[in-house]
Design a protein around this ligand. Structure first.
Ligand SMILES: [Zn+2]
Length: 570
């Protein structure tokens, strides 16, 4: 008799089934089976063997075995993930299961390690501490960490994209390593060697682990978007801890979450790090002639006129139109300068705090305020006139530069496979001042990506940033090619506001969010903020474990509830 967890949405209960003698040999913890439940045949995972069924209840039999599934170790890890990010175990087990049915698990096959140059820094990082953050330059080749980990035996490598995983796997394979690229080579991982892939690879089968590596641990692609919103970095740390293997978090701009979880931070040499960063030129738009609030400063027009290949970024995702004073050029902010204000019903309002005042600049009392907003399409037209050469428009919806020397697009342009010497951020303030607790880290991640796109500090490479906040910590750190400089200030701000990593945070949305959080009213160990205008709540607790226990103790109401733990965009 086995216990199984059916893959039925909205159901997290487990049930007992009898295993017919003819199937007994193929059943293990994690095995994918078919069972009959409430008159339907459904997929299920075996979660326990040889269970004592409740007395007097007639048991049905497992109908058939569909596939090998995650190992007992990963089934256990998946339960931890489901609890930690307040989701259903079945949703995590689905990510941990093979994309196609696998008839049997391959036997362990120890083989020679790859013929690679073992890197000194990577070796040091893999010895002497359970979790190590390594900060490298954005344009640095992170392959040395992959190769050095592979040389140790069984390694698990997680990176933000499938494309990058494929490229790294190819290089490692050519060096003679046994590589299992996920999710295609799902089953092979159990036989030993290096398992490499995007975020779900963190749940893939492996041999007994000798090293775990997460590349670009700051990258948001490592976080699952649907509930449970687990982050591959945090799962990798837990998996390595359980296996007693060292865990390496590599990034040009380590996240505060990664830094908080690490036992130590290592960095490449100052000169190596600087080489990985393109020079960052900051253009202070407050210096523009009074009344001029166009999107393109003279300097940007000049740069885009002369660059061989340039990308201009204008992100418009989810942004509120910002206002700037026509006299002094400052962004319109609250009295204490901490938040941006918007115009509503003829007044200025700070949406988060409710602070209100007439349409007046707080710095110079000027009363002419201008809206800073221009869409990508119109901006591309304007830029074509300004620089006198064709400008291609590139967004996530339209992804072809058509070979033009100048490309103007949203952030998607930084993800496209373009070659460029210059990246211009036309309106960086909306990144720096976005109403999200991680805005500064996300802005830094864009500068990292831009540096990588232009190839770091090489002749002709450059990042140009237009801003009205030239002294912002993100820009100071990027100009100095030293993201470590913003860490203390950022951590201080987050701690002061009670945001992660100082405290743990979940965002609760959906029509059932009100009834869901209602039982938390009056509790001293939990804060509930909201509802915000969009109906969402934020729930805060001392740390991830405490938050997980709080959320697990709440009943799901009849109406739909969306729970996002560690929400990236709150
Ligand atoms: Zn002013």
């Amino acid at each position: 008799v086995v216990r199984v967890l059916p893959e039925v949405s909205g159901l997290a209960k487990e049930f007992d089934y009898r295993v017919p003698a003819r199937l007994a040999d193929g059943v293990d913890i994690g095995t994918l089976v078919r069972v009959e439940l409430h008159g339907r045949r459904v997929a299920a995972w075996v979660t326990a063997l040889d269970v004592e069924p409740p007395a007097g209840v007639p048991l049905r039999s497992v109908t058939r075995i569909s596939s090998v599934g995650p190992s007992a170790e990963v089934v256990d890890l998946s339960r931890w993930v489901a609890h930690r990010w307040a989701g259903r175990p079945a949703a995590v087990l689905r990510s941990a299961s093979p994309p196609r049915a696998v008839p049997s698990r391959p036997p362990p096959r120890p083989g020679p390690g790859p013929a690679v140059d073992v890197d000194e820094l990577a070796s040091r990082a893999l010895d002497g501490a359970p979790v190590t953050v390594v900060r490298v330059g954005p344009a640095d080749d992170q392959f040395r960490f992959v190769a050095t980990a592979a040389a140790r035996g069984n390694a698990l490598v997680v990176c933000p994209s499938v494309g990058r995983a494929r490229w790294l796997a190819g290089r490692l394979g050519r060096a003679g390593a046994r590589v299992h690229l996920q999710p295609g080579a799902w089953a092979g991982g159990a036989s030993g060697g290096t398992v490499i892939g995007a975020r779900s690879a963190v749940l893939a089968p492996t041999g007994p682990l000798d090293a775990v590596v997460v590349l670009d641990e700051h990258d948001e692609s490592l976080q699952e978007e649907r509930n449970p919103t687990w982050h591959a970095r945090d799962v990798a740390i837990e998996r390595a801890r359980r296996a007693g293997a060292p865990c390496l978090l590599v990034s040009p701009a380590p996240s505060l979450a990664g830094l908080a979880a690490a036992d130590r931070v290592l960095t490449v040499s100052r000169s190596d790090e600087r080489r990985g960063w393109a020079p960052v030129e900051v253009i202070d738009r407050r210096d523009d002639e009074p009344g001029r609030t166009g999107l393109f400063s003279d300097r940007v027009a000049e740069v885009l006129r002369s660059a061989d290949r340039a990308v201009a970024v204008l992100n418009r995702k989810g942004r509120a139109a910002m206002l700037a004073c026509a006299s002094c050029g400052e962004l319109v902010r609250t009295e204490d300068g901490s938040r941006l204000m918007v115009e509503r019903d003829g007044c200025l309002v700070a949406p988060e705090t409710g602070e209100t005042r007439p349409l007046v600049c707080a710095v110079c009392t000027g009363t002419t305020l201008r809206r800073l907003r221009l869409g990508v399409t119109r901006a591309a037209e304007e830029l074509t006139h300004l620089v006198g050469r064709p400008v291609a428009e590139l967004t996530s919806a339209r992804g072809d530069s058509g070979g033009a020397a100048v490309v103007l697009g949203t952030e998607a342009a930084l993800h496209a496979d373009l070659a460029a010497d210059v990246v211009v951020f036309l309106d960086f303030d909306q990144e720096l001042h976005a109403a999200r607790y991680r805005a500064a880290e996300q802005a830094m991640a864009l500068l990292v990506r831009a540096s990588r796109l232009v190839g770091g500090r090489r002749p002709g490479a450059r990042i140009v940033v237009q801003t009205r906040s030239p002294g912002h910590r993100v820009l100071r750190a990027a100009v100095a090619a030293d993201p470590g400089r913003m860490v203390d200030e950022e951590l201080g701000l987050r701690t002061g506001l009670g945001f992660p990593p100082a405290r743990a945070l979940a965002e609760i949305g959906g029509p059932g969010s009100g009834p869901f959080v209602e039982p938390l009213a009056g509790r001293l160990d939990v804060d509930v903020l909201g509802p915000r205008p969009d109906g969402r709540y934020l729930v805060r607790a001392a740390d991830p474990d405490a938050l997980a226990d709080v959320l697990a103790g709440l009943e799901r109401p009849r109406e739909r509830v969306r729970v996002a733990v560690d929400p990236p965009r709150a």
